[in-house]
Design a protein around this ligand. Sequence first.
Ligand code: NAD
Ligand code: TYD
Length: 333
Amino acid sequence: MSILVTGSAGFIGSNFVRLLIDATREHIVSLDALTYAGNMDNLVNVPSDRHTFIHGNICDEQTLTEVFRDHAIKKVVHFAAESHVDRSIMSSGPFIQTNVVGTQRLLDASKSHGVEAFVHVSTDEVYGTLNLTEPAFTEQHHIQPNSPYSASKAASDLLVRSYVETFDFPAMITRCSNNYGPYQFPEKLIPLMIHNAKNNRPLPVYGDGSNIRDWIHVSDHCKGVLCVMDKGKAGEVYNIGGHSELKNIDIVHQIIDACGADSSLIQFVTDRPGHDFRYAMDIEKIKRELGWAPEVSFSDGLSSTIQWYADNSDWLEKIINGDYQNYYKEQYQ
Ligand code: NAD
Ligand code: TYD
């Protein structure tokens, strides 16, 4: 029997595959379309006797039929998605296709196959935004997404919910806050700032840098998802977060200090349209019901992440020197 992991060549999916290798004895079948964010270098050193990689798209019914026909899949953990807010503002089509249509196709294939458990990996961004004084999001908070990315994830969450209600489908939804750590694609805040600070390039801070995110190390997120896969109750939503709310500008200063860069590199640039002000997660439910809690402090996690990018400069340069250049120009110039 195998566990199917979608989006396994991306940032969180690849970290999750490595966790499954270390923490379980299961065989892992992993499926990824290898979009700009998917990278086989993220899966180096994953032992091939425990892992079968399939290059394929979750929107493709034929591929899904073959995956379920050829492998005895008992559980599905669904990470595959278009994941970057700024790209969803440039063009929302791929987000609807993968995040909504792809999730529907995967749900249908998983339902026909009769899987034991389906974990849908979602985001705190479906809840919308908070002001400074509002309490953190609980699982009961209304769904009010503000970007095409978060709207597409919210749509997929609602589809998953409908399969639970209509078909008694054994799905659980996790909603996590902002991740950072090894193998994150450098379009996201932390790796982008690390790379630019190390290379003496401008550090583009949107607006005045006062927006707040709740940061979690990817290893903690992956352990939370595994915990939900093993012990979660069908039909339930579980928030996952790092208990680490920080302003963007404070993170940028921490990166500058850790990299020995100069704060004159900071450039305040035009704000992101519809920029959510604050995300904060109430994680009491998963702590109480499943016994999971984050373990990595932000300061330790940031130092080890900066060290990881220094030790893996080949990995980073290969990305930076590819199509990323075009994206960077379009987004920042
Ligand atoms: P990522 O962009 O690094 O990786 C996404 C992966 O999905 C890539 O490998 C890509 O090739 C693959 N993919 C995209 N479209 C596909 C398709 N149609 N078929 C098959 N594979 C496809 O994203 P990530 O940061 O690793 O996020 C993974 C999941 O976690 C997403 O669902 C995201 O919404 C969710 N999430 C991310 C964060 C975060 O901070 N990064 C926080 C909460 C939730
Ligand atoms: P990001 O990493 O894109 O994650 P998300 O939008 O999903 O929270 O951005 C994190 C925060 O950093 C967000 O408030 C936008 C801000 N940001 C910048 O100020 N400059 C940048 O170049 C990027 C990529 C993000």
